[in-house]
Design a protein around this ligand. Structure first.
Ligand code: MG
Length: 369
């Protein structure tokens, strides 16, 4: 399994409707696809999805291409793809930070290894502990009526979990949105809130307290990612469970959060954690610390979604479901057969590798020129 050709493909896929979060309103997701071909002709794929430039974190699709092209690809060619763990460790030495870039390469290596052995990647992680994962849909329209209409439409299709993106607007508006959605959907749907680091401590406390009557499952990343003490303090003060997302990139971050206490849930994302191996390590730390996990997304195509799904299927602490809805929000996909959804869940993939086959013709349509 000697690595021969490695290619990077920069692409942009629009979203079906503008997606408003605390830090940007998204019109299209920027992608880097990594295609690794071994000398005996086996092909593995990886993906990094960026939310309109270096907005969610420091990386952009352009920075990922620059980093990989110069510092990873020349070294990767000629190496044995079977040595996944050695390659992961060496890549981490050659490239500090840049987790999205490293994750995209690691994803393609997992895909290759699964395909070579004829097993789904979750088998390489110990096998799946569930056959489906409850799916959350993100309400990020920031317009009361349109948002309620979208939620109703989703409920009619079987969705039962919604995450409301907040902190792009004043607290009173966000509280009114949460109230309107709860009143429109009734007590049986589950609601969560994600502030994407958009509040400071006092604003977060004020907002969460005002939202407490609307029965939230959790509030995600209320304060900036560096404010671990703030996360712990808020978590101890309010009755709603607090989830760390941007604050929890690496296993070291997970350990620091667990040691401080307070936070109840860790969000897992392959890209922010530089790949599947670190993601599973975070899940193990959560397990040891008695925390739950949730699988987030960066609005991936079916390819990246399939990779994240492997962790959601294999990591026991993922008791809060996932938001692997990228293929439903994007205007296009890059695989022959997209991931499957049913009854408000995303279904397991059991085909070899990541479980989806990239359609290079479909991908071509979205390539940046
Ligand atoms: Mg988040």
């Amino acid at each position: 399994m000697i690595i021969g050709d490695v290619r990077l493909i920069l692409a942009d896929i629009p979203v079906r409707r503008p997606h408003t979060m605390s830090f940007t309103t998204l019109e299209a997701v920027n992608f880097v696809f990594v295609r690794i071909e071994t000398r005996d002709g086996l092909v593995g794929w990886g993906e990094a999805a960026c939310l309109g430039g270096p907005t969610w974190s420091e990386e952009s699709a352009e920075s990922i291409v620059a980093t990989l092209e110069r510092y990873v690809l020349p070294w990767l060619r000629g190496r044995d793809a079977r040595e996944l763990e050695s390659l992961r460790l060496e890549m981490a030495k050659r490239v500090q930070g840049n987790p999205f870039a490293r994750a995209a390469v690691e994803m393609a290596l997992w895909d290759l290894n699964g395909r070579a052995l004829g097993v789904p990647v979750h088998r390489l992680l110990g096998g799946r502990v569930r056959d489906r994962v409850p799916l959350s849909w993100s309400l990020a329209v920031a317009n009361g009526d349109a948002e309620v209409a979208e939620a109703r439409e989703k409920v009619a299709k079987g969705h039962r979990i919604f995450k409301i993106k907040t902190a792009a607007h004043p607290v009173a508006e966000d509280v009114a949105r949460v109230k309107a959605i709860r009143e429109a959907l009734g007590p049986d749907v589950r609601l969560r809130v994600d502030a994407n680091q958009g509040w400071d401590r006092p604003t977060a406390l004020r907002a969460i307290r005002a939202m407490e009557p609307y029965d939230l499952d959790f509030v995600e990343q209320p304060v900036p990612r560096w404010d671990l003490d703030g996360l712990a303090e808020i978590a101890r003060t309010v009755s709603v469970p607090i989830m760390a997302d941007e604050s929890c990139g690496s296993p070291q971050d997970a350990l620091a959060i667990a040691r401080r206490g307070g936070v109840a849930i860790l969000a897992l994302k392959l890209t922010k954690s530089a790949g599947l191996a670190n993601t599973m390590a975070i899940a193990r730390i959560a397990e040891a610390a008695g925390l739950g996990c949730y699988v987030g997304c960066m609005i991936e195509t079916s390819l990246g979604t399939a990779a994240y799904l492997q962790a959601a299927l294999a990591a026991a602490p993922v008791t809060w479901g996932c938001e692997l809805f990228g293929p439903l929000l994007l205007r296009g996909d890059v695989v022959r057969e997209p991931v499957h959804y049913a009854d408000g869940c995303i279904l397991a993939l059991d085909a070899p590798g990541l479980g989806v086959d990239v359609d290079e013709l479909a991908l071509k349509e979205w390539i940046r020129h």
